[in-house]
Unconditional design. Sequence first.
Length: 200
Amino acid sequence: MKTISAQWIRYDEITNALDYLEKCFTFLKTVEFEPQNWKWVVITLHSALYGFAIASCKGMNSESVIARTKRGHEKLIDFDEALKRCQDPAWMRVNINYEEFEFSPNQLKSIRKLHKALRNNFEHFTPKSWSIELHYLPDMAYDCFEVIRLLVIYSDVSWRLRGVKLKRVKSIIYQSKRIIANSILYKETLFLLSKENSSK
């Protein structure tokens, strides 16, 4: 009788985040012709951002990103707490490779849109009809890709990834931002903003 060997896939907090980033890139390449795939860009971009935030603020101590419930159960710190820690130099100095950085007001606004207005509504979808204006999605996504870039290069994530994987992360972020910058939606948004500013 043939022996069947166990087959495994293995993830850690960084390869998990990278996998989400890869999937986000895959969907982003399709949104110009399949706009409904913005849903999957939102979900995978959120998970990639959360994953890289966890990897960035944990330093070398995995326990540092685990909270305990009143009953003593382990629970990963939530999205808001992870991003809050990533903006706290006192907390981030646990990283050997840390360089101080801060998110811009626009980036923080985009993170809030991604998390509260979009991802949470998709993940906890209540019975309703929901229309999403597409023009603000590219700018929001562009900002969030840049935040991921900051989290990767200014923390221990960069040297833990190293080599091919680090190049892959940088390449995905660069290509994603280029796709967005060349998109019709993004260009139309910039045009509308310039008209608004000129009329003030």
